[in-house]
Design a protein around this ligand. Sequence first.
Ligand code: SD4
Length: 331
Amino acid sequence: MTSRRNFIKLTALGTSALSMGRFPIPAANPRPQPKQTPALGESPIVLSTWQHGVNANAEAWKILSTGGTALDAVEAGVKIPEADPNVRSVGYGGLPDRDGHVTLDACIMDQDSNCGSVAFLEHILHPISVARMVMEKTPHIMLVGEGALQFALENGFKKMNLLTPESEKDWKQWLKTSPYKPIINVENHDTIGMIAMDKQGHLSGACTTSGLAYKMRGRVGDSPIIGAGLFVDNEVGAATATGVGEEVIRIAGSHLIVELMRQGNSPEDACRIAVERIIRKQPVKSKEIQVGFLALNKKGEYGSWCVQKGFNYAVYSNTQQNELIDGKHSL
Ligand code: SD4
């Protein structure tokens, strides 16, 4: 919602292939043909976290409804809030760290378990596209900080100032008292996590954020961590997370949810069990934090669960045209 301010495998490569810059970047993630026949349910379908998921879903739906891939859809979808200065928790306009730097985390994962990630990246409008390029053009999965920026610039991304006057003003106001206490559902929990299934029944996901507002410099949350902020297994389902990343990383949240679905749990039950695990591990802290999970299985069934009231998500399919749904909660 707008009032809310507003997550090597070196196949046959020799060590010389690792010397990026001196050697051409090898095609590190050759695209294998899908190994399994996709199970078609409600597809295509796209889900994403929070109110800003509505605009993001609308963009993704343009691709999904015309037969495009889930991978293209999730990238295009999350680029909308990345570029929106009114979304104060993702990309351009995101609230900075406590030293005034906007630092971005993002990851993407496709139906063949290819994945790419950037963390602690500054000055780049679309970290999700850099993450995709890491996935497609390097033998690695994750690039961070200076190296991620260097890689982005070398690949045609332009450097820009992501700190808007509005975010700068809020940061300066915050500096006057410097209360480092996350506020539930406000300011700190509006990562966009998007998961989708395309007409072919293949799953992909993307997650992108400016992270917790006024975080310590260098802090990285769950959003760029494969298995924490996002996980996709095309045999089973996909999951993504939003909220206090430390709590999501602690239980490897998105991977846990996909494994719970593999064991036969519905998407909603899988999300609920993950939330209950967070609460069990950190019962006192859980009263003060928010974490929300979103999951989709191969049948096109989806579900969500969060710690506290207040999390919502958007769903776009042939039968649900961008509905905003409140996540069920434990506390
Ligand atoms: C993080 N999960 O960096 C993110 C924060 C966020 O919605 O805004 N989540 O921990």
